[in-house]
Design a protein around this ligand. Sequence first.
Ligand code: CA
Length: 513
Amino acid sequence: MDQDVAAKEQPRYIKLNERDNVAIVVNDFGLPAGSRFACGLTLRAFVPQGHKTALVDIAHEQPIIRYGEVIGYALAPILAGEWVDEARIRMPEAPALDKLEISTAVPAPLPPLEGFTFEGFRNPDGSVGTKNILGISSSVQCVKGTMEYAVKRIRAELLPKYPNVDDVVPLTHAYGCGVAITAPDAVVPIRTLQNLALNPNFGGEILVISLGCEKLAPERLVPEGISNAIVRMQDEAFDGFGAIVDAIMTQAEARLKILNKRTRETCPAADLVIGLQCGGSDAFSGVTANPALGFAADLLVRAGATVMFSEVTEVRDAIQLLTRRAINEDVGRALVREMAWYDSYLARGGADRSANTTPGNKKGGLANIVEKSLGSIVKSGSSAITGVLSPGQKATQKGMLFAATPASDFICGTLQLASGMTLQVFTTGRGTPYGLAAAPVIKVATRTELARRWKDLIDFDAGGIATGEKTIEETGWDLFRLILDVASGRTKPWSDRWGIHNDLTLFNPAPVT
Ligand code: CA
């Protein structure tokens, strides 16, 4: 036992690639000056946990290499054993989009993985939900308070009568009124709202609450062939607020009756649509949680599932590694198209990709967006990229897709829900209570210290990879099994146990009038 503790307290670092000239300190709370590593390197200064130390002397303007890639250049000479903090690194330019190799290193198909199933809710259109939820759409923010009032009553008075239904979720948002509805970029929020209502967890039951004078006509949120799906508050037939709420409750109950007939059945893992995201990243994200998630993502792809990774500003600086993996020229070009669109979107707003890294990221040891991106794309695993979705587009292919979204946790979550995601896996280094009402979220900690401290918020600890207690493969398999358990409703993630969920947050790149 004593030996174990001593072994853990031994100064340790992680070097990821042969070419790397920096490594990150593993020990909880960092290491003081004078700490000596097994290789003989001695620290010249305190280095916080997750931060980088130089393994060799690095001359002025020489590259600083992590993941075998250049993450920046030394602004002044750095000695071996010094702390390589972000102030000592000049960030490189983003890779030019017109010089990328496309489909030059397409991975061979991974061997199929048979026999893995989950208990899901199969829908008439063939899609499968992981939850049984009545989702109530809205065409404008004006109705939000009314919807929430009605939903409170539905939960109290109706839901207990329909025990197979998990929840009633109001799909409220800030869009609909005072928006430039015909602006080209308005397609993003409108498509998002249309596709959100079709998420497999809502079982195909559509109900839209509308005010009546908004620019986003509620009819646009109802697919063709569905009638009697709109409650309009300004409808002259309604005599007062009570009558409006009664109408919403009547419509809701008609749908609850149908949803209550849904029961879980055994479905192949191929029916899963899994979204991947990270938030509050640290230097361990790319060492523990994201590689484990990448391994689990490969297992899902091998089982025939749909998996999507996102967050344009977190892949932009590693795009040269992704376009090579595009299954064909079209997919590669679509990746470049989404990057270019986002470059111009940021430029219009007077920002660039460096705006992505947060103070928390830097505190966690991530010097810049290049280092963050290299750690972020690891979660896409090692399979070919088989498709690209524009923000809010519905996924129709299997395999590993890139779903273009901002990196903002809530906007990414909302857009992945619109793309049909039925479960999200969220990796975090700094910690976040993030959750979604419409789909379960499995939160994965990059460090054991966080998983222990937030034992009732974090669902899975990938930190054992850093301490050498577990391999990436073992951790990836454990995570894959947890995904199947959560998708089956056997295990509830902490955000659902506490009922803590973030708002739906639309991405509206179009003007507001
Ligand atoms: Ca994020």
